[in-house]
Design a protein around this ligand. Sequence first.
Ligand code: ADP
Ligand code: MG
Length: 339
Amino acid sequence: MSRIQQLSSSVVNKIAAGEVIERPANVVKELLENSVDALSTRVDVDIVEGGAELIRVTDDGEGIHPDDILLAISNHATSKIRTAEDLFFIQTMGFRGEALASISEVSHLVIRTRQHDSNEGIELDVNCGERVDPKPCGCPPGTKIEIRNLFASTPVRRKFLRTKSTEFGHISDQFTRVALANPRLHMTLRHNGKTVFDLPPSDRLIDRLSLFFGKGVTDHLIWVESEVNDVRMSGYVAHPSHSKSSRKWQHLFLNGRWFQDRSIQHALTESYRGLLMVGRQPVSFLFVDMPPSAFDVNVHPTKIEVRFVDGQQLYRQVLSMVRTQFLSMDLDSEMKLGK
Ligand code: ADP
Ligand code: MG
């Protein structure tokens, strides 16, 4: 009983899956990030029964080399970093190289992928860790990943899934985050065969914002931007008359990825001081860009929180950017939109 044993890689992957993959929406997030990393221009997401039956993500990105296909589902295998040093220069979403490994351990995963310069694709089928040898297949360039029966091998986790519509709601939130961060990406989302979103590519963030939130929100947004040292910020904040009762409306993106940060949220609230009623929260869509060496993404398994080298300076920059913009305009008069 008290002797020490090495865990098998299958068990290790199941444990990792527990950290990263709690529900179908986490799978969707990982797959979407991979499609973005693969420089896709179009991504289609198909969901059946809240993701418990099927999650399918199809992209037109660069695809996976046939010789690498098995590596794609091995633990700690990634095309995105090589050395520990790279961790601090990482520009892409991925790098832990454990998403597909974890997912393949707790579902039935089928990958079909083809690189653009190749005339046939390759298919890999893994059912709860049991893999069939990869075989050639016909498919368009890009990658299609299908995940069926999520958590089939971990019934306890499957029991924790909420109703299909709740799970789909979480999927839709993840989809929205990626869509807002990548307006040039043509994205679609279908649930049980019905199209929920079909987002044409656009160069303008505001187009995408209005598709999601409607003119009722976008007509009251104010463009803000600022650059201090290597830190660039830009985006929209809402006119104080269009506040919300929840912080859910504060969307933050760091180098193209949605993230959460209490300190920046606090700075936002602080910049509206005296302009909002008690309990009201500002609306914002704020994009922060900075060199990867100025923060550490490797502090949270799903990478939704990061640690900044200089959080204080970020706080001051948000505060002064929004304040300066408000002071330069007559908040009571008709609003003028920026870009
Ligand atoms: P990570 O993204 O952290 O590298 P993943 O497990 O998500 O780890 O993916 C493993 C590898 O599989 C990636 O590094 C990438 O090379 C490849 N890959 C996964 N999805 C795609 C995709 N949609 N298009 C091209 N390559 C992909
Ligand atoms: Mg990944």
